[in-house]
Design a protein around this ligand. Structure first.
Ligand SMILES: *Cc1c(COP(=O)(O)O)cnc(C)c1O
Length: 349
């Protein structure tokens, strides 16, 4: 606390990322990073950027990256926005589309950063409870008087995916506001709403290179939507920071997006390891929610989540524990690592 802090700063309740302890080498299964290296083509492209050219500003419009993404999703470049991680894209979208005085609808159990952005911009969350089986019930998203809707698909930390028909139901029920679909984990087994962008002018699809493309370290995320929605985000971005994506990140992200073969390969490996891990954990008595992501959300009928979390940490394995959160305090979220890392986890458990 400082006497120079404004009431605004004092009122904030910032996001706390998963722990990154430096005391020893852990098997890190707590922040949903990829256990695989990024595409070799992305690494080569980034290495080539470490040159004299770094004295120059990057392309403020990120055109090469937008073109690559547009081609990937069969859209036009003016339907693509890129930002410094999808967290930045979300922050701009919340400021631009949801801070209009009405509450913003999202699930009670979902990515906890949404509440933080809501607090930052003075948006009142309208929390819509997941069902007892942790499902999003589309009919709960009808007849809302809200500034917008955020749906995470697949949801985090539950790992459950919604079919596109349910996303469409939510879109058609809310034609007057932006429906933001956060697809951070979509490549691990769900259907992307990117194919609906040309049909629904109120749809904003947000994705990241941090999870399936194994590039959390360069901070690149993006949004897909109607050109007018994208232009709105550009206006905000250019009123804040013209160059949020540096030259190295831009080159790496573009090469990674162009390397679809590599993406499919490492996602297939993760999905394969996930399914094997689920069977092993079931043998140990865990109940596991069916996951369409690179993590599993698990609970044990006899062992408390806290005791499991603490003993795993003591033995060098980090997982995410939600002790202070309602409804999910007895669950652990475990990132899918390599086969060897998951074998070590099962052994300790
Ligand atoms: C990881 C994650 C993000 C943030 O991704 P970055 O691109 O690394 O900022 C956004 N939404 C969800 C649901 C996530 O899990």
């Amino acid at each position: 606390m400082s006497r120079y802090w404004t009431n605004k700063i004092a009122s904030l309740d910032p996001y706390v990322p998963g722990e990154q302890p430096q005391d020893k080498q852990y098997i890190k299964l707590n922040t949903n990073e990829s256990p695989y290296s990024p595409s070799p083509k992305a690494i080569a492209a980034m290495q080539a950027q470490v040159s004299d050219d770094l004295r120059l500003y990057p392309d403020p419009n990120c055109q090469a990256l937008k073109n690559a993404l547009a081609q990937n999703y069969d859209l036009s470049a003016n339907q693509v926005f890129v930002g410094n991680g999808s967290d930045e894209v979300l922050a701009l979208a919340f400021m631009g589309y949801f801070a209009n005085g009405k509450p913003l609808a999202f699930a009670d159990i979902t990515y906890s950063f949404y509440k933080v952005y809501a607090g930052l911009y003075g948006i009142e969350p309208k929390l819509i409870p997941l069902t007892d089986s942790f499902d999003i019930e589309p009919s709960d998203y009808e007849n809302l008087d809200v500034s917008g809707v955020v749906v995470t698909n697949p949801n985090a930390p539950t790992g459950k995916a919604l079919p596109l028909s349910d996303i469409e139901r939510i879109l058609t029920a809310n034609p007057d506001v932006v429906v933001l679909v956060d697809e951070a984990y979509v490549d691990f087994g769900a259907q992307s709403a990117a194919s609906l962008v040309n049909t629904y002018p109120n749809l904003l699809v947000v994705q990241t290179l941090s999870k399936s493309r194994a590039l959390a370290g360069i901070r690149v995320g993006y949004a897909l939507g109607h050109p007018d929605l994208i232009e709105g985000l550009e206006r905000l971005k250019n009123s804040f920071n013209s160059y949020p994506i540096d030259r190295i990140a831009l080159a790496g992200a573009t090469a990674a997006v162009e390397d679809d073969v590599y993406l499919k390969d490492i996602c297939a490996k993760t999905i394969n390891t996930r399914e094997k891990t689920v069977l092993e954990l079931e043998k140990l008595g865990f109940s596991i929610i069916p996951s369409a992501t690179n993590f599993v959300f698990v609970t044990h009928p006899e062992k408390s989540a806290e005791s499991l979390y603490l003993s795993l940490k003591e033995q060098g394995i980090l997982v995410r524990y939600f002790g202070n959160k309602p409804r999910i305090g007895e669950y652990l979220r475990i990132t899918i690592g390599t086969d060897e890392e998951m074998a070590a986890l099962v052994e300790v458990l």
